[in-house]
Design a protein around this ligand. Structure first.
Ligand SMILES: *[C@@H]1O[C@H](CO)[C@@H](O)[C@H](O)[C@H]1NC(C)=O
Ligand SMILES: *[C@@H]1O[C@H](CO)[C@@H](O)[C@H](O)[C@H]1NC(C)=O
Ligand SMILES: *[C@@H]1O[C@H](CO)[C@@H](O)[C@H](O)[C@H]1NC(C)=O
Length: 477
């Protein structure tokens, strides 16, 4: 008794068996399992033999639908120029009168094509010819749902209104606000890198991380402007009205457009020259160390300090425009040089400013924008989508600043630009003799060959020391 009682307790198998089966059932189960395995093996081997040697081996696949590439591949036509771009500008009767001044900076009648779309007719503004013509948005926009801004629906539908005009030879629709300033030669260079027969969504996002987090990193922010190729615009317009109600809870028109484009499946192609300018304060630091990319647009200039310390906003833009006309691809391009004898570092943002540091600074420092601005929403010191460096508190380490005076053609295919020292605001100044020497410079002249008009159309060559970007001479007076 005691032996039979003890044995199961030492049997390791029995110990873990939850349901004890009689021995006979076990054997039957084991046979069944082996038979099953054998059948499986036979089936697998015959399947392999069948698919390998069968003459109809494709018959399974042939029954599936075959995806084919649709869409006609057009022959690469003449290169893209400004006539192929249709601007779709979102405005309102309340803002257009003042903001049309920004359009007058870049709009060239009979060259740039497009319209500013308002919610109703205005009579008083027909006199100014150097701005885009006004059109009234088609009235259906009022029937869509919205949560915060009703006009966002109307401005999103500007793309429908524009496509439906069926204007000839449009390759790109460029959407933006009535306070977006474009640099159209550079815009055309950027767009001509892309095949306008394919679907493309091109723009930039916000400088303030908080804005990208709230809206989306994947979205082209509308103020900086963004471009849709013709095929994408057509596709978007075919789904837009159905799509708008789905995203009624979004804040802006640009976010609605992004959400609808993401349903089509086209991602944003980011280009660094589109400037939403979601920053507060002064954009100086950012523009003095512009990324190595063509300047495409500026925005939010009403919310920023004037770009030149002793000009108003519009006059500042006119000065920049004067240099831009001389050498469009070069505007704001940064180059720097060192004078090892005097221990100076000089940073040039062509057509805008020259900074003279009376100390030797490495290239990576000069290329990092000085943070002369705050974030858009919370007015904080960052984060931004790029690195910044704080303004140097020691006046002896601050640069002596020169601002563009004028730019003109010079020599064969060359340009000359001059930059005048700005008078420092009273405050802490550096008293060293080295700084005094730097402060005695009144003017800096920069001579350079004009950049090739096609320079930014090529991809992957961009270096500040590239002979086409580098300036030839810096003359100190
Ligand atoms: C742009 O190219 C087209 C050809 O596609 C041409 O007809 C037109 O004149 C060009 N426009 C400009 C401003 O060069
Ligand atoms: C633009 O073209 C139209 C018609 O071709 C012409 O009447 C008008 O004077 C032109 N405007 C300018 C500013 O050149
Ligand atoms: C000036 O530019 C034109 C057009 O880009 C070019 O054909 C010519 O060779 C250039 N001349 C010199 C001296 O660089």
């Amino acid at each position: 008794m005691s032996q039979t009682h003890l044995r199961p307790r030492h049997d390791p198998v029995r110990k873990f068996r939850l349901v004890s089966l009689p021995d006979k059932t076990c054997k039957i189960f084991s046979y069944l399992t082996r038979i099953c395995l054998l059948l499986c093996l036979i089936f697998s081997i015959s399947l392999v033999l069948y698919t390998t040697f069968s003459p109809n081996q494709n018959q399974f696949w042939n029954r599936l639908p075959h995806p084919t590439r649709t869409g006609t591949k057009l022959a690469p036509g003449p290169p893209t120029n400004i006539s192929h771009v249709l601007f779709c500008i979102g405005g309102s009767t309340a803002t257009w009168r003042d903001r049309s001044l920004y359009s007058s900076i870049w709009w060239v009648p009979n060259v740039t094509r497009g319209f500013v779309w308002l919610e109703k007719k205005i009579i008083s503004h027909q006199t100014n010819k150097n701005v885009p013509a006004v059109k009234v948005s088609s009235p259906e926009w009022t029937r869509f749902k919205y949560s915060s801004s009703r006009s966002a629906v109307r401005i999103a539908r500007i793309i429908s209104d524009s496509v439906k005009l069926r204007l000839p030879d449009v390759r790109w629709f460029v959407m933006g606000d009535d306070d977006t300033v474009y640099y159209t030669d550079n815009l055309v260079s950027v767009l001509s890198r892309y095949d306008h027969n394919q679907m493309w969504y091109i723009g930039g996002n916000s400088e303030s991380v908080e804005q990208d987090v709230i809206h989306s990193y994947d979205m082209a922010f509308g103020g900086g402007g963004f471009a849709l190729s013709y095929p994408l615009a057509e596709r978007l317009v075919s789904i837009l009205d159905g799509c708008l109600d789905r995203y009624y809870y979004f804040y802006g028109s640009d976010q609605r457009i992004w959400a609808c484009i993401s349903e089509i499946g086209v991602p944003l192609s980011r280009e660094r020259g589109f400037h939403q300018f979601d920053i507060r304060g002064s954009a100086y630091g950012l523009l003095a160390a512009h990324p190595l990319a063509p300047l495409v647009s500026l925005h939010h200039l009403d919310n920023l300090e004037p770009l030149f310390p002793n000009h108003n906003r519009i006059d500042s833009l006119k000065s920049i425009n004067q240099a831009y006309q001389v050498d469009p691809p070069r505007i704001f391009q940064q180059t720097f040089c060192h004078d090892s004898k005097r221990k100076w570092s000089i940073s040039i943002a062509w057509g805008y400013t020259v900074q003279l540091y009376p100390l030797l600074l490495p290239a990576n420092g000069l290329q990092t924008p000085e943070q002369t601005f705050k974030t858009w929403r919370s007015w904080s010191d960052g984060p931004f989508t790029f690195n910044t460096r704080p303004t140097e508190p020691d006046p002896c380490k601050q640069p002596v600043v020169f601002m563009l005076e004028q730019a003109k053609e010079g020599g064969v295919n060359g340009s000359l630009s001059s930059y005048k020292r700005i008078v420092h605001e009273p405050g802490k100044t550096c008293k060293t003799t080295q700084y005094a020497q730097a402060m005695s410079v009144q003017r800096i002249l920069v001579s350079s060959l004009k950049m090739e008009p096609d320079y930014w159309k090529k991809v992957g060559l961009y270096m500040p020391n590239h002979p086409h970007i580098h300036v030839d001479g810096v003359y100190i007076y």
